[in-house]
Each structure stands twice: as C-alpha cells, then as structure tokens.
Write a protein that binds this ligand. Sequence first.
Ligand code: PLP
Length: 383
Amino acid sequence: MERIYLDHNATTPLDPRVFETMAAILRAVTGNPSSLHWFGQQARATVEDARSRVAALVGASPPEVVFTGSGTEADNLALRGLAAAAPASRRKVVVSAIEHHAVVNSAKALAEEGWTVETVRAFPDGLVDLDDLRARVDDRTALVAVMLANNETGVIQPVVEVARLAREHGAAVHCDAVQAAGKIAVDVRALDVDTLALSAHKLYGPQGVGALWVKRGTRMKALIRGGSQERNRRAGTENVAGIAGFGHAAEIAREEREAEALRQGTLRDLLEARLLALPGARRNGDGPRVPNTVNVSFEGTEAESLLMALDLMGIAVSTGAACAAGAIEPSHVLRGMGLPRARVQGSVRFSVGRGTTEAALLRAAAAVAEVVERQRSRDRVRA
Ligand code: PLP
C-alpha cells in the first residue's frame, strides 16, 4: 500500500539534502564549539554558518538567533524569559486563545506563579480579535504573545497590528512563527516584534532543534543555566549536526519557498474543493492562510474515528484534539474561535507538503468521502 502523508504541520520529513549535510557533519565535525583548539573551531564555524542561514530566513542578524532544543523551548524561553526580566510594575501577560500549547502552558505556569494572564479571543474565521486585545493590554502588561500562523487552521494573524498595540503600552511582543517560516515570507523587522520562535522539523529539518530570535538589546532571562553558550541565553553544548541541518533546511526553504507555496497552494485548493463538496462539510478558518493547510469539519462525525479509518487506508491526517489523561480534549484552538463542540469534534486537519502529488490528493479526497459516508451510514443504522 502506498502511504499518503498529509500531516506536514505535525512534522515534515527530513529533506534528503539536509540528511546528507547532517551525516557529513556527524562524521567529520567532532569538537565542542566552546573548545579553543582546531576541533572546537570546526564545530564553532559549523554552528555560526547555520546561524547565518537561519537568520537570513527571517531577515534577522545572526547574533540575534539563539538555538534551542525545540520550538517549544523557544516559546518557553520567550514567555518566561521576557516575563522574568520585566519591571516589577508589569505583572500581566496577554496571549491569544489560539496559541500552541507551548505558549498556552508557559502562560499557565506564569499564572501559577502569580502573574495575571489574560486570553484574547478569536473570531470564527480564525483571526484574533484586535479589539479584545486592545481592551486587555495596558501599562501593567509585560508581554503579549500572538502567533504568526496557526498550526490547526493555517490562518495568518495580524501580528503587525498586535505589535503596534502592544508598543503603545510599552509591552514586549513574542511571536510564534513555527508554522509560518518556510511557508510564507517572515521578516522580523517588518513584524516589529521582540522575539520570534522557529522549529527545524516544520521546515524539512531535524526534530529536536529550534531557535528563538531575540531582538538586539532585549532584556530576557535565561531558563537553562550552565555555560555561556548562545551568548548566555541558553546554556548547554550545542547540537552541532542538528543545528547544521536546521541551517541547510532554512536555506532551502528560503530558495524554494515561493515556487513551493504556489504548487502546494494549488494542491491544497484542489483538495479543499473536493472536501467541501461533501455534504455537511465546512472549512474551519476563513481568514488568510498559509498555502498548505486546510481544516474541515464533517458534520455528525467523530474526527478520531475518521483518522483511524483513513490510517487503515494508508492516509495520515490529524485532528486538533489531544489525548489528555485518557480523555479526548476537543481542540482549544477551534473552541477558542467560538466553534460549537460538535463541529470541533468532527474536524480534521490536512496539511500538504513538498512530497505531495495531485494523484495522491485525489486518492485521499476519495478516501475521505468514503470514510465519512461509512461513519454516517453506520450511525444511521444505530439510530
Ligand atoms: N508552535 C507551533 C505553532 C507549533 O505548531 C509547534 C509544533 O507543533 C510548536 C510551537 C512546537 O515546536 P516543537 O515541536 O519544535 O517543540
């Protein structure tokens, strides 16, 4: 059975060119980047070369890029690090309702430590409500966090406006760009934020490597203490091969993004048209989107059952739901957009990628039609 992978927002396969780079580094570069001898300097040069490439992807200057162990760690570092460095008069954090758990749970941890945390709602089209944001940000706000592209709907958020509102009150701004980088153009200066999170494995790089861009001069406390690596922002010997892979993946993304965005956008639109033609199908997220993502609710279905049935047919998709303590928790993102529980329960995310072909998509669309109809007719028999 030929398997079809439509879950590129969960992770992307490692680009074979990136694999070759990593393999070569693992073989040849054996030093510690902090060592002063030749071996160390080889490793240092490898890391710095990758830093330049990652910086170039987002219009940053290399010294502002801090490598981390994941996108999650980058989000944690931003929220907790910025909060810890804020003046005592600012004890409030404002985050959107549709953030990734990396941000949601970092904010939760701050709340447990006595911070005031406020959540900005989103509209049913998937965009954060700027009026609600305006009402919550004040001169006691330490930081505001709003993502660039949502992982479940793909909807691109008005981060420039968010940053402008936050600046009016002197608050710092964090932007989670994990799902945006490599899919749309990202420019840290144009966004005018203070920190921006990235993750290698969402752009055909390795898992377990991330980065936080930190604007020069930003006051931020380190989370991980130890040596003076990453300009004292993140201690620990660098993951040299992983970072080199991230650098190469970022470079490929920069060079090939525009052409791929066009190609994937066309494929996504084709899939979307087929899915929305099914009875009771509705798109979740009508705002402007990244080109590879579509989230659809199939009325009267359970997304987990659809996912399992599709998996048996060789097709990998995802639901926004997470299994928490044995219970299926409906997506906080779709709930945060005010969508009814039943619609959320029947929602499936499809995310295409570099390897996706038209033939595969057509097969996937036909399989979805089949499993949706099968689940509905079974329910009709039971009723
Ligand atoms: N932020 C967003 C929007 C994501 O989609 C993800 C991953 O799903 C993360 C953060 C976390 O990145 P990582 O998997 O590298 O920890």
